[in-house]
Write a protein that binds this ligand. Sequence first.
Ligand SMILES: *Cc1c(COP(=O)(O)O)cnc(C)c1O
Length: 411
Amino acid sequence: MVAKINENYHLLKSSYIFAEINQRVEKYQNENPDADIIRMGIGDVTRPLPQAVIEEFHKAVDEMADSDTFRGYGPEQGYSFLIEDIIENDYLPRGIELSPDEVFISDGAKCDTGNIQEIFDLNNVVAVTDPVYPVYVETNVMAGRTGPMGSDGKYEKLVYLPCTAENDFVPELPQEDVDIIYLCFPNNPTGTTLTKEQLSKWVEYARENKAIILFDAAYEAYITEDNIPHSIYEIEGAREVAVEFRSFSKNAGFTGTRCAYTVVPQEVKAYDKDGNAHSLNPLWNRRQTTKFNGVSYPIQKAASAVYTPKGQKEIRESVNYYMKNAAIIRESLLDLGLKVYGGVNSPYIWIKTPDGMDSWKFFDLLLEKANVVGTPGVGFGPSGEGYLRLTAFNTLENTKQAMERISKLSI
Ligand SMILES: *Cc1c(COP(=O)(O)O)cnc(C)c1O
């Protein structure tokens, strides 16, 4: 007998994208030590935590120092003060009623979108939009729900739903039967959204086909237009087919602090081999209580401060700051005659490369001629080839500077 590894890990490809980017940037910087490189590939916020959050955070840390107010293990599902804040502020104003046992606080939407697949059978057919946030794909590869990656850049058995300029970044319903569908809107990496009507088609599909939608709404706070759903539960019937993921990372700067939540309505059901329906909620509860011990008290307190009037005002200011950058990027590139998507309801701008250049060639051009670093679209999936992503998370000054440089290129 020998200990054997999970060989599914050997199926994992790519994800070297950020390493490859760093390598190329480093090489360029070494050869051009005076180049002032502006990084616009970052998918991380840069503005500090709101003051309201910091104040609550400090207070809660002090409580931990006093035997009268010290707290040990909390509920695995999260403290009710935060769950109540979420229900009252993120859902009730949109006409969505949730019970406290339908909201699960966690340390990240990345973890939750990665872990949720555990409660589903390995034989489910999984569909993802293409390009895609790699977590959805790679966690299913690790679990053994796919075959190897083919020369087309697609894992066997996984269903890819292309989102390109040709279909206005609106995925078409799959031709084949699929059981689990990951949707992320506003989308990372394309920055595009679905209207209520467009999302309704997916809810209808899931209801008709007894499929489940895993809806990632991490960028909800960036929505500026009417008729873009902030939650999938704004769509009638979604409570029976959808799980929703939200995070404090992108709205309140919690990327390094870690707090998020997942909504699993009691009505969402999947089936056993005999065709009996089972609620997902108790399965997720079981998974979390067994494998997770909750988010720390000070962090949940800090997150609850996001819902105070002061917290709301401050997170609005940060989001507006990034969205001003997004508008600057969008408008500068449109003026140049480039085809540009996103940036209206999200901090991501998705650029069609000029003259049919491939993603890496355009990346090199921006790096060498403008000293601006983006992310090659092909790194997010085969349908990302021919695109490049810029983000609005840099400073206003750097964003303006980067756009001035790009505007001088003849592209
Ligand atoms: C940033 C991001 C998240 C948030 O992840 P956390 O683990 O909560 O920081 C989730 N989904 C997508 C698509 C993201 O880009």
